[in-house]
Design a protein around this ligand. Structure first.
Ligand SMILES: *[C@@H]1O[C@H](CO)[C@@H](O)[C@H](O)[C@H]1NC(C)=O
Ligand SMILES: *[C@@H]1O[C@H](CO)[C@@H](O)[C@H](O)[C@H]1NC(C)=O
Ligand SMILES: *[C@@H]1O[C@H](CO)[C@@H](O)[C@H](O)[C@H]1NC(C)=O
Ligand SMILES: *[C@@H]1O[C@H](CO)[C@@H](O)[C@H](O)[C@H]1NC(C)=O
Length: 454
């Protein structure tokens, strides 16, 4: 285990200068209980036939209050139903069942990725796609088998079927958009009729909602006109900095209203590019998801067996199969320990600095992180502003408060880490019931947490 590295000082109170912007916590306004909405990941659990896996010790799941996973046997065989035949499908189904059983062991919900079982899990452009030549026979045979297997194995409770992953990205849907919309309607109606007990989700789009994206318009027009509205709306936030959850959730609301669609749970079931998976960026993602009530899962960038392992890069693994936590895992553990009511928060004006905050039993916890950014030393630092210590917590509006700081370091997915560095407490003077802390992270990967008692 690595020990704490030298401590970074945070100034006792922020100067007037905060030219890089500030992130805000308003303790006066709460937004519902903290439920670890972002503590899930794509795949990441080892296979064990059709049984739950014990390979990763339980506490790695329970400590982060694991929220859910998404799987469908991807990459284990050459192709699935459409090109590898029934045997490849069976292997993928067995893996799906094993992952489901593992997820349920920890109370997690499960998103079943139908196209991974079909065998379109990346780059199968030559394979058969649903609805090729206007023929749905093979699609229905596949769905029949899937429904039989789900029922026979009780793969029902807390399941959402993802109708197709990233249909707006040719690597996953190498056919026309019109054919996708037809498939959506076919699969949706078939599943609703034959397995109404499970939920349906989509479109799991690679590109987050944006009023300028024609595919979002035609998808929503289609589901509204044909009454094929999923139980959860889903999309991904990977690699596209021109859109982020605050923005996409707001664009989606406008789109949803334009097509008179009902409100539903929003699931961002892949977040963060590989080089955005570190404590700083992940704290930023979690803050964005929590603010918008989005249930979210980390993306997983492993291949083959590794895709089914290491909790989507939260754990490292030794040559003899022992798991150990990296810096990100420790940050999810802290996030899981943020109990109580969520406080309203706001991202910095440049969208690079964000916070998540909870008001627990006598303690306020604030997790802060930056999206990778260029720090201009001439411009200055970010400021974290916490308002309402007087009105919400009953503290003296011009009193002094002791704030404890934790630092979450990172040394890559395979860099073993111990608990976050405890930087101790510093006294901060309040002004009009507000606390201001200068925020300058050690580097682009480091996140911080601040705590104070009341
Ligand atoms: C696999 O599942 C069996 C139960 O079928 C269980 O006894 C065993 O411990 C599991 N092994 C692993 C490595 O998960
Ligand atoms: C899937 O699991 C079942 C039940 O354990 C087993 O009988 C079958 O052989 C497995 N199929 C494949 C292809 O692994
Ligand atoms: C409704 O579904 C049909 C069949 O898939 C499709 O042809 C039609 O365009 C859809 N309606 C809208 C408004 O998208
Ligand atoms: C963060 O990353 C950017 C882009 O790689 C780099 O230009 C910048 O210097 C880094 N900032 C810090 C504080 O390390």
């Amino acid at each position: 285990m690595k020990s704490a590295i030298a401590s970074v000082g945070f100034a006792a109170s922020a100067a007037a200068k905060c030219l890089s912007g500030k992130a805000i916590v308003n303790l006066d306004i709460t937004t519902g209980p903290a439920e670890k909405l972002g503590s899930g990941f794509l795949y990441g659990i080892p296979n064990n036939g059709t049984s739950a896996s014990n390979a990763i010790p339980d506490h790695f799941f329970t400590d982060i209050k694991f929220h859910g996973t998404r799987a469908g046997g991807s990459q284990l065989t050459d192709g699935g139903w459409s090109s590898g035949g029934k045997r490849a499908y069976d292997q993928r189904f067995n893996s799906t069942l094993s992952t489901y059983r593992s997820a349920r062991k920890y109370g997690g919900h499960f998103i079943l990725i139908a196209n991974d079982l079909w065998g379109a899990d990346g780059g199968q452009d030559g394979a058969l796609y649903p609805g090729d030549d206007g023929d749905w026979t093979e699609t229905e045979a596949f769905l029949d088998q899937l429904i039989i297997d789900m029922r026979a194995n009780n793969l029902i409770e807390d399941v959402t079927i993802d109708i197709w992953n990233e249909p707006d990205y040719p690597m996953f849907w190498d056919r026309s958009w019109g054919q996708y919309l037809d498939y959506w309607n076919h699969a949706y109606n078939y599943l609703r009729k034959n397995i109404p007990e499970v939920k349906l989700g989509g479109p799991a789009a690679a590109y987050a909602p944006d009023l300028s994206r024609e595919k979002w318009h035609s998808f929503l027009a289609n589901i509204a006109a044909n009454d094929t509205i999923p139980d959860q709306y889903s999309w991904h936030h990977i690699g596209d900095d021109s859109n982020w959850p605050d923005r996409s959730a707001s664009q989606f609301r406008q789109l949803r209203e334009q097509y008179s669609l009902p409100e539903r749970l929003i699931s961002v079931d892949e977040y963060a590019w590989p080089w955005r998976q570190d404590p700083a960026n992940t704290a930023w993602y979690l803050s964005q998801m929590e603010r918008n009530d989005i249930v979210a899962m980390r993306a997983h960038w492993g291949s083959k067996e590794d895709l089914h392992d290491r909790m989507a890069d939260l754990l490292g693994k030794t040559g003899d199969g022992n798991y150990y936590p990296n810096g990100e895992w420790w940050m999810y553990k802290y996030y899981a320990e943020m109990e109580g009511e969520r406080a309203e928060t706001r991202v910095s004006e440049d969208v690079n600095f964000d916070v998540f905050a909870t008001i627990g039993d006598g303690v306020v916890k604030v997790l802060a992180g930056t999206r990778t950014y260029e720090l201009d030393p001439e411009v200055g630092d970010y400021v974290l502003e916490v308002n309402g210590l007087d009105s919400a917590l009953g503290l003296d509006p011009s009193g002094t408060i002791a704030v404890r700081t934790y630092r979450f370091d990172y040394e890559g997915a395979f860099g073993e880490m111990g608990p976050p560095a405890d930087l101790g407490t510093e006294d901060h003077d309040l002004s009009d019931g507000s606390l201001r802390i200068l925020y300058r992270p050690a580097n682009n990967e480091t996140a911080y947490a601040f705590e104070f008692d009341f």
